[in-house]
Design a protein around this ligand. Structure first.
Ligand code: SF4
Length: 279
């Protein structure tokens, strides 16, 4: 019997839905899963935008963001996960450019000098329908007196059918803020940096649906842990799974895809698939 984690975050819920086996390696066994390049670009952009919001509203300019980014970079490039990318000079330059595009992409969506920011990186820790929920809200704003939950996204805007998960995540943040402050947020905003804003009105029904889904996942996690059953979900994403060498099914999937020529060339597992499987 495995030990159920004490809390459930949106990223843990998404990971479990993606592959219960991978979730177990990370959230139950607590094995380290290094952030990939895309996630690190997002982390850097989040940090710069968080610090920018500490300035008085009129000083939240693109020039100020550039200064903050330059100040933050020396510390960020010492990050263990960033070091693991082993970028040469030209790739490091490309990384910085990508990160800057994410930061500056906020100005394609809004003028941060005109946003009434209530809090940034707001931690929430509440029980939602009995589920011990934790999360960090990127930004809480007020617009015309109403509470707004804003979430930065540095990845590509997903197609219509893939957006539900993202909206559910911010609805859970809205639910958590409602539970902890007593005030029901008016809207959630997913700010796809440099692309567009997905603006969704908060309703009690949307919150109920998102919390019900969270509760369903939590119950399934409890069953998985009780029975020590963590089913693998073999997809092309096994190519990016850092635990593939501990997963016979994932390893077989990689081998099958290599032979069929369907493993993307940039999938990291392509280079480790020939290593012996860890028992
Ligand atoms: S290799 Fe694939 S099936 Fe195995 S844990 Fe990773 S994602 Fe899941």
């Amino acid at each position: 019997m495995a030990e159920l984690p004490t809390h459930l975050s949106p990223s843990s819920a998404t990971a479990y839905e993606g592959c219960a086996r991978r979730w177990k390696f990370k959230y139950v066994d607590r094995q380290r899963e290094p952030s990939g390049q895309a996630a690190l670009v997002g982390s850097f952009a989040h940090r710069v935008l968080e610090l920018l919001c500490e300035f008085p509203a009129v000083e939240r300019t693109l020039d100020q963001a550039k200064i903050v980014a330059k100040q933050q970079w020396p510390e960020f490039e010492q990050d263990e996960d960033y070091q693991l990318l082993e970028l040469d000079q030209s790739k490091a330059r490309a990384f910085r450019w990508q990160a800057w595009l994410a930061v500056s992409g906020l100005w394609d969506l809004e003028d941060p000098a005109k946003v009434e920011v209530v809090a940034t990186e707001q931690k929430v820790n509440v029980a939602l329908d009995g589920v011990p929920f934790v999360g960090i809200v990127d930004r809480v704003d007020r617009d015309a007196g109403k509470l707004v939950v804003s979430d930065y996204k540095s990845g590509a805007l997903p197609g219509e059918r893939w957006r539900k998960d993202k909206v559910q995540q911010v609805m859970l943040y809205a639910a958590a803020l409602w539970a902890s402050t007593g005030e029901l947020p008016d809207r959630t905003r997913l700010l796809y940096l440099g692309q567009r804003i997905l603006d969704v009105r908060v309703t009690e029904q949307r919150i109920e649906e998102s919390v019900a889904d969270l509760s369903r996942i939590w119950d399934q996690m409890a069953i998985s842990c009780d029975t020590d059953t963590f089913e693998p979900n073999t997809t092309v994403l096994c190519g990016w799974c850092p635990f593939v060498n501990q997963c016979p099914e994932g390893q077989a999937e990689i081998d099958r895809r290599i032979q069929a020529g369907t493993l993307p060339a940039h999938a990291p597992a392509g280079s480790i698939a020939l290593e012996p499987l860890v028992a």
